[in-house]
Design a protein around this ligand. Structure first.
Ligand code: PMP
Length: 404
């Protein structure tokens, strides 16, 4: 009796993307506040001038070719990226117990990190904690890497439009020991709310008490404050307190290199002797995933970060982006307040980064979509980069209309 050939018939359910925060498709007459990408005042994508400069230098460099990059990445890039996150004077770097491995943007770096924690590190649970609300993809990435339970910790206090620090500490305090917990290092997506330094110290205390293993998602270093050192503070705090951790950096937003898919996984271990075996295990995971990462974005960032003058220029470009986003926060808040729009809008300027969590409910978001052709996520998240001096007045009118 011949066996049947396996069929690729899969049920829709198994393939469905997580429900929720998909962006609404909008026609050109719409104000699109949904997409998490930087746009200029004219609504255009922006190539950072410093990136243009690095590209020019690379194309004139006879040493640049299309050979494979080593399995663990372009060393000039991983070293510079790791230093960018931990700080050049990091005790972990000084002790030789921190290093970086190139990943495929933030997403692919998180997946490698999750694989490593689920299959290599022996003493962890298969429970991973993500923030509620948060970035949907964390659930998918950690589930597909082998975590059997994804739990949420409270993050947003809807009534106060602020961080629910008590809820967060309580949820993490009740976590099984040696669970994995994912933190957004800065510019939390979607709320734009980051813990204060004191709150991070409280979170760190719980992480230590419950022996949790932190994974920092660093998708927006430099976008929150405009200064990459300031934005790296929580990671550096944990490292200075001797905590072992992983951190996954994306270079999509802060270098505007979205489609280069450039990322770096930073590993900080307690013991330098574990570096070699960890590198070997990561090499096996990467070999079984993509073998060798793409080069061009890594060459661009390595070039910028290894040249003091280009680094200064990069920080200025970063500042251009974060300043525009901050200005849009202020413009929206001022216009809402001038109209005496019911409620407090202070949170708009207290939040940081690409997104504002407006506090608008699902019904109001639906109203903005149908009545005003304003596309935003139904969670009430807007991307500040979709605002400009051309549309902010109209958007504020629409918000007024939606809440009154
Ligand atoms: N983490 C968070 C919180 C994000 O918002 C994003 C981008 N939307 C990423 C990770 C991943 O970005 P990328 O894969 O493009 O680097």
């Amino acid at each position: 009796v011949g066996g049947l050939q396996p069929s690729l018939l899969v049920s829709e359910d198994k393939q469905k993307l997580p429900a929720g925060n998909q962006t609404v498709t909008a026609s050109s007459s719409w104000s699109t506040l949904g997409a998490g990408v930087y746009r200029t005042e004219e609504g255009k994508p922006w190539i950072l001038p410093v990136v243009k400069e690095a590209v020019k230098l690379l194309s004139a460099d006879p040493a640049v070719n299309f050979e494979y990059v080593p399995m663990l990445g372009l060393e000039a890039f991983t070293t510079a990226a790791t230093r960018l996150l931990l700080g050049a004077d990091s005790p972990a770097l000084r002790d030789g117990r921190a290093f970086g491995v190139q990943g495929i943007a933030g997403t692919g770096s998180l997946r490698i990190a999750a694989d490593f924690l689920a299959t290599v590190v022996p003493n962890l649970t298969k429970v991973a904690y993500i923030s509620r609300p948060g970035w949907d993809n964390h659930r998918l990435l950690f589930t597909r890497a082998g975590f059997t339970e994804i739990r949420e910790y409270r993050y947003w206090h809807a009534a106060e439009c602020a961080l629910d620090i008590a809820g967060m500490l309580e949820d993490l305090g009740g976590a099984p020991e040696r669970s994995v917990v994912i933190f957004h290092a800065c510019a939390h997506n979607p709320t734009g709310v980051d813990p204060t330094h004191d709150q991070w110290r409280e979170i760190l205390k719980v992480v230590k008490q419950r022996s949790l293993f932190p994974v920092f998602d660093v998708a927006y270093q430099g976008f929150a404050s405009g200064d990459p050192d300031i934005d790296a503070w929580p990671v550096r705090l944990f490292v200075s307190e001797g905590v072992e951790l992983l951190a996954c950096q994306s270079f999509a937003k802060n270098f505007g290199l979205y489609n280069q898919r450039l990322g770096n996984i930073v590993i900080v271990t307690a013991n330098p002797e574990t570096v070699h075996p960890i590198r070997s295990q990561l090499a096996i995971i990467i070999r079984g995933t993509f073998t060798s990462p793409p080069a061009y974005g890594a060459q661009i960032v390595a070039r910028i970060l290894s040249d003091p003058q280009l680094t200064v220029q990069w920080k200025a470009d970063l500042n251009t982006m974060s300043t525009r986003l901050m200005e849009m926060r202020q413009q929206l808040r001022t216009r809402l307040e001038t109209k005496n729009t019911p409620g407090s809008w202070r949170h708009l300027t207290e939040q940081r980064g690409m997104f504002a969590f407006t506090g608008l409910n699902e019904r109001q978001c639906e109203y903005l979509k149908t009545q005003w052709h304003i596309a935003l996520l139904k969670s009430g998240r807007i991307s500040l980069s979709g605002l400009s001096m051309q549309n902010v007045e109209r958007v504020s009118q629409a918000f007024y209309d939606a809440v009154t």
